[in-house]
Design a protein around this ligand. Structure first.
Ligand code: NAD
Ligand code: AKB
Length: 309
């Protein structure tokens, strides 16, 4: 019998593409998309679900015979700094709800994404190692670091098969990003197409690690499909891809749109970006389950501009 998969937070930047990829693997009817609100485009099977409502979650898992949960509902870095108390509640309680379901053997596997936000200003910023100083300075980062510790604890104490990746900034054109610090690297393409100009909320030379969405989805499926014996890290794996600055992505865009211009007006997100790694050492993911990114900056810019009209 096929696995039955529930994606929580399916209407977001990642969920929109992850649901499609999961349906290719498991079959359309075996992947239930769910979110607080209905999707803009029909996405059946779909259920309205609040990840904080433990009873509703339990009922849905039972009704649909769910075996695997992908928990994507969360508040991202920039928005979380504006609503710290609710961000903490959403990011932590939703995770506990699914970890407890697995502990009680109602489901058998969980995917929960972490982030480069687990690192902080005291972390070495280039080629940031898997194991290093982690003193995150944002509520989002603190919630992700705490979540990682809980995931590892549930694995060690209760054999919960939970797997996680520390995504860098993700670049895609299917759904808009949801309130992060790396969002500029998506917004810039829409503004380039619409107005030929972009005002960046990060300074010209702010380097951050990034990944094209296809690579991120592939990494997610690879870690989830890997034999359990290969998953040696049950907190979350570093995964890297590329690294670039606003000035560098602008230069690449100018190769397609020669009159494109960029201005810089850094806001509170600059401080968040300054506390994050500039590039990531993902050798543990490579060695343990064969991770390797595919898309470089040139390719990403070409794909984004080809798909945004
Ligand atoms: P997003 O903000 O685009 O999507 C989140 C979705 O969750 C939204 O559709 C929202 O409606 C839904 N949601 C919010 N509260 C909910 C609730 N109570 N119940 C059910 N659904 C709820 O986020 P995303 O970019 O798709 O990120 C998904 C996960 O990946 C998050 O955990 C995020 O921290 C992590 N992540 C994302 C990135 C990135 O660059 N996109 C990078 C690192 C980590
Ligand atoms: C954000 O900027 O908050 C996210 C992330 C890197 O976790 N894109």
């Amino acid at each position: 019998m096929s696995e039955r998969v529930l994606v929580i937070g399916s209407n977001g930047q990642i969920g929109t593409e992850l649901v499609a990829a999961l349906r290719l693997q498991y079959g359309q009817s075996n992947v239930i998309a769910s979110d607080l609100k209905l999707p803009l485009v029909a996405n059946e099977p779909f259920a309205t679900l609040d990840a904080l409502d433990k009873t509703a979650l339990y009922n849905l898992v039972k009704k649909e015979n769910i075996t695997i949960i992908y928990l994507l509902a969360a508040m991202l870095s920039a928005t979380a700094e504006q609503q710290p108390a609710f961000a903490w509640k959403l990011n932590m309680e939703s995770l506990f709800n699914v970890l407890e379901l697995a502990k009680e053997k109602h489901i058998k596997q969980i995917y929960w994404p972490s982030s480069i936000a687990v690192f902080g200003p005291t972390t070495p910023r280039t080629n940031t190692p898997q194991y290093t100083i982690m003193e995150p300075s944002t509520i989002y980062g603190i919630s992700k670091q705490t979540g990682e510790r809980w995931c590892e604890w549930y694995y060690n104490k209760h054999q919960v098969d939970v797997r996680s990746l520390r995504y860098p900034g993700l670049i895609s054109y299917t759904a808009a990003p949801g309130g992060g610090t790396t969002d500029y690297a998506v917004h810039i393409f829409y503004e380039a197409r619409k107005n030929n100009t972009y005002t960046s909320f990060l300074d010209a030379d702010t380097a951050l690690p990034m990944l094209y969405m296809d690579d991120a989805i592939r990494a997610t499926l690879e870690i989830m499909n890997a034999d359990s014996s290969k998953i040696k890290i049950r907190s979350a794996y570093n995964i890297g891809g590329i690294s670039f600055t606003p000035a560098q992505i602008a230069t690449e865009i100018q190769k397609h749109i020669p009159n494109f211009t960029i201005n810089y007006m850094p806001d509170f997100r600059q401080q968040i970006a300054n506390s994050w790694p500039q590039s990531i050492d993902d050798s543990y993911a490579s060695n343990d389950w064969g991770w390797k990114h595919k898309y470089n900056l040139q390719e990403i810019v070409g794909i984004m501009l080809a798909n945004i009209k």
